[in-house]
Structures are given as structure tokens and as C-alpha cells.
Write a protein that binds this ligand. Structure first.
Ligand code: HEM
Ligand code: HEM
Length: 170
């Protein structure tokens, strides 16, 4: 069986974990205690996802993904590839929109309180800031649903179809 190599597997699981934590922090931030510094951590995790995604896309551009099972229908392979493409787009757009929409604010942007991260030179009224805010509110809901579909598909392959799709990523 051909598997994703160690770098691809490590990046997949680390980024997946960080995204799930950030979705939960994002959706729950208003209900969580103020002194937990939820948002500075949310922002730092998001910036980490962005950096790791660039590394992952570099890996992806220079490596071939292991082949999917031959018995898998063409349309299913197409849906899988389209979903993965969309996931990479979300992995770039979500952190970037957060970064842009918080840039005009007075709060400093740091990476886990260790060092300052520069902000974009945008003003509160700029169209890009409004668009980023909208994107940051709507896209996480769509993504959360697609992530559940992605997990469901992986489990379907493993438990019902009993093929190697999930094992290729373990
Ligand atoms: C993997 C990356 C990220 C994910 C999955 C994510 C997800 C979310 C989610 C689900 C919300 C709640 C949206 C809502 O219910 O309205 C949210 C809010 C927020 N996010 Fe992110 N985020 C990410 C990255 C970032 C980054 C990099 C920043 C800033 C540098 C950021 C700043 C914010 C802020 C300030 C809010 C609160 C917005 C408000 O209450 O109006 N996020 N995020
Ligand atoms: C936030 C969560 C997740 C994100 C953003 C994500 C993202 C991705 C992406 C972009 C790929 C395509 C890899 C490539 O470039 O070829 C992929 C593949 C895969 N993921 Fe996830 N993933 C997440 C969570 C999970 C979970 C929880 C599971 C298992 C239950 C899983 C199982 C798999 C499997 C089996 C593949 C290989 C599928 C194939 O080659 O067609 N993922 N994932």
C-alpha cells in the first residue's frame, strides 16, 4: 500500500487539530471567560495554520498524492479532489480574512505573546475589511459541515468499504 509520507501525515493531522480548535474557539468565544485570552490565542493559532499551509502546499506541489483505490468511481475521486482543493482555499482564506479584518483595530497582534506580527495597511471602512469580516463569519459554517462530510467519507472508506483510503493518512 502506498501512503502519504511522514511530512504530509504530520502536517495533515497537526493542521486539522489546529483548525478544529480554532473553529471551536471561534464559535464559542463570546461564551468563554474574558480572562482566558481566547482571541489572542485564536489569532495565533490561525496565523500558525496559514504558515503551515504554505509549507504543506509546497510539499503538495513537489510530491504526488498516493493513488486512490482503483475500484473507486471516477465521480467520487472528482468529489474528493474538489473538496481537498476547497479545503486548501479555506486554509488560506480563513486566516487571511481574520488577519485583514483585525488589522485596523487598536489591539496589538502577536504570535502567542512572543513577538508582534505586522498588520495590513487597511482602514476600518475599506471594502476589503468588510468583505473579510463577512467571509470570516460565513465560511467557517460551510467549512465545519464539509469537515464533517470529509470525516464521514474517511470513516465510510475504512469501516464500510474496508479499503486503504484512511490507512494512507495514518
Ligand atoms: C484556521 C484559521 C481560523 C479559523 C478556522 C477561524 C474561525 C473563526 C470562527 C468560527 C469565528 C466565529 C465566527 C462567528 O461566529 O461569527 C471566528 C471569529 C473571529 N476570528 Fe477567526 N478563525 C481563524 C483565524 C483567525 C485569524 C488569523 C484571526 C486574526 C488574526 C482571527 C480573528 C478572529 C476574530 C477577531 C473573531 C471575532 C469576530 C467577531 O466576533 O466579530 N481568526 N474565527
Ligand atoms: C480540520 C480538519 C481537516 C482538514 C482541514 C483536512 C484536510 C485534508 C486535505 C486538504 C486533504 C488532501 C490531501 C492532499 O493534498 O492530497 C486531506 C486528506 C485526507 N484526510 Fe483530512 N482533513 C481534516 C481532518 C481529517 C480527519 C479528522 C480525518 C479522519 C477521520 C481525515 C482523513 C483524511 C484522509 C483519509 C485523507 C486522504 C484522502 C485522499 O487521499 O483522497 N481528515 N485532508
Amino acid at each position: 500500500m502506498e501512503r502519504y509520507n511522514a511530512v504530509a501525515r504530520f502536517l495533515h493531522w497537526l493542521i486539522a487539530l489546529l483548525i478544529i480548535v480554532n473553529l471551536v474557539f471561534g464559535f464559542a468565544h463570546e461564551a468563554l471567560p474574558r480572562d482566558w485570552a481566547v482571541m489572542p490565542v485564536h489569532k495565533s493559532i490561525g496565523l500558525t495554520v496559514l504558515a503551515l499551509t504554505l509549507v504543506r502546499l509546497g510539499w503538495r506541489a513537489t510530491h504526488r498524492a498516493p493513488a486512490l483505490p482503483g475500484a473507486m468511481p471516477g465521480w467520487e475521486k472528482g468529489v474528493a479532489h474538489a473538496t481537498h482543493f476547497l479545503f486548501y482555499a479555506f486554509m488560506l482564506i480563513l486566516p487571511l480574512s481574520g488577519w485583514i479584518m483585525t488589522s485596523p483595530g487598536a489591539r496589538p497582534l502577536t504570535w502567542f505573546f512572543l513577538f508582534d506580527v505586522p498588520k495590513f495597511a487597511v482602514a476600518k471602512d475599506d471594502a476589503i475589511v468588510g468583505i473579510s469580516h463577512e467571509a470570516h463569519e460565513i465560511l467557517p459554517w460551510i467549512w465545519a459541515v464539509l469537515i464533517l462530510v470529509h470525516i464521514g467519507a474517511a470513516l465510510r472508506h475504512h469501516v464500510m468499504l474496508k479499503d486503504d483510503v484512511l490507512r494512507r493518512m495514518l
